[in-house]
Design a binder for this molecule. Structure first.
Ligand code: SF4
Ligand code: SF4
Length: 367
């Protein structure tokens, strides 16, 4: 049974929530796996422009300081988004991160966009999954010696909740990996937008794209393997991004990507879940709706399944907040009450089956 360390939201003189974050780092044993000289990827979500619920950089600073004290070389990282927002390429992503307070002077560590300038820097990691036999892991995450993922635990319209599994699985796949996770539907070119520039052709590994008689790109679906590279290559977004994945399928795919992320980091990973500002939606939206429960606290563990299970259990036993998207304040399952058609348990059950960790956990309070 995995250990999950928990600090509640109370604070007092000389015992701030920042101090409690440091204590969780120690108790959960994160200092034991960071060795002198290790490059430590601190996976965060920098927040879409307009969002205000992501984990505050002042917490990240304390985690960075702990890693440095262990002799590690921390950097903050995330990969580009599939959708075209304020984080779809490294330039926009870094500007948004700095605007949201993730500046070196605040966090004490450099920022690295894990999948490079345009989302194409990744390593293939073989796995044995139901959906994928290989995953495309953002290169900075793959190359780092250690990974400490800091997740804002909140609702999500596709997975019920977004916690550690979502943060590392979806978050550290490169851009085209995100297309693979989001859809089983093969892409198509919109001839009204395409200018026939041929840029996408060179990125198709199976030569499935040709310029047709009217000078537009056309995809041969008999050859296409649905890798998504063309969707993130076209500068005009002429290759439609599909978002059709069913909630159960997308959860399983996220788990398989989490397996890929963690494969070369055995005993070199730690996870924080911050259960503060538990908004109904994820931090990829350019706004943050009111939290559905009162702030609960912070969890730390080396087991990605246990920490998400413990988080959802704590939130389901917390007081619901009036005048929010949570209409039934006494709902036993708060995320199901908001997203009735999404069974969030699928990600935990499949994650356990894939060997990522255990749903059973021991909750240890850290004062
Ligand atoms: S990159 Fe876009 S505009 Fe250029 S040929 Fe391909 S689909 Fe058309
Ligand atoms: S999805 Fe991949 S395989 Fe299919 S056309 Fe685009 S680049 Fe080629």
């Amino acid at each position: 049974m995995a250990k999950v360390y928990f600090s509640d939201i109370r604070a007092e003189k000389k015992r701030s929530l920042l101090d409690k974050t440091e204590a969780l780092f120690d108790k959960a044993g994160f200092g034991d796996f960071v060795e002198k000289g290790d490059m430590v990827a601190v996976k965060v979500h920098f927040g879409e422009r307009g969002n205000s619920a992501f984990v505050s950089p002042i917490f990240i600073r304390r985690i960075v300081d702990k890693i440095k004290a262990c002799g590690g070389r921390p950097f903050l990282t995330d990969a580009g988004t599939l959708y075209v927002g304020s984080r779809a390429n490294a330039v926009d992503h870094l500007i948004t991160a700095i605007e949201n307070g993730f500046d070196y002077s605040v966090v004490g560590a450099p920022l690295v966009i894990a999948d490079g300038l345009n989302g194409k820097d990744y390593f293939e990691v073989k796995i044995n999954g139901k959906h994928f036999d290989k995953t495309k892991i953002a290169s900075a995450a793959y190359l780092a010696d250690c990974l400490i993922a800091v997740s804002h635990f909140k609702g999500h319209e596709l997975t019920g909740f977004g916690g550690t599994l979502k943060n590392i699985g979806m978050g550290l796949g490169c851009r085209s990996a995100k297309q693979e996770m989001h859809s089983d539907v093969l892409p198509e070119v919109d001839p009204k937008i395409c200018t026939g520039c041929k840029r996408c052709i060179g990125w198709c590994s199976v030569c499935a794209i040709e310029i047709n008689a009217i000078g537009k790109a056309e995809i041969d679906h008999k050859k296409c393997i649905g890798c998504g590279e063309c969707t993130v290559t076209c500068p005009l977004s002429a290759v439609a991004i599909h978002w059709e994945a069913e909630p159960d399928v997308i959860q399983e795919k996220i788990v398989e990507y989490a397996v890929g992320v963690l494969k070369n980091k055995v005993n070199k990973v730690g996870f924080f879940n911050f259960m503060m500002n538990v908004t109904p939606d994820c931090d990829c939206w350019g706004w943050s709706d009111a939290p559905i429960v009162k702030d609960v606290g912070i969890l730390a563990s080396t087991d990605p399944i246990s920490i998400d299970q413990a988080s959802v259990d704590l939130i389901n036993s917390a007081q619901g907040m009036k005048d929010t998207r949570l209409k039934d304040l006494s709902a036993k399952d708060k995320f199901r009450a908001i997203f009735p058609s999404v069974d969030w348990n699928i990600q935990l059950t499949y994650g356990e089956k894939m060997g990522l960790g255990k749903k059973a956990y021991e909750l240890i309070e850290v004062e």
